[in-house]
Design a binder for this molecule. Sequence first.
Ligand SMILES: [Zn+2]
Length: 86
Amino acid sequence: MTDIEDLVDEIEELKMEIDALKKEVHEIPPHKHCLNCGVAIPPDKTFCSKKCEDEWNNMVKRKKKFTYIWLLFLGILVIILMFTFR
Ligand SMILES: [Zn+2]
């Protein structure tokens, strides 16, 4: 067998593998992923469990709090700068 025939064979095998993968991807039923942990869940749900929902909500709350603190800090910084450069 020549090198080119080897290569053609390999390409054919790859093509078959890609087709198999495409089929596999196509056969996965519609689903979503839990916002918190990423586990596959039915499309009508947002979280896989109550625990994940609570965890997510706590995280969002913490993020909001952090944003407020950050804005407050920026506001104070602006006031300080205004008084310093007057
Ligand atoms: Zn989850």
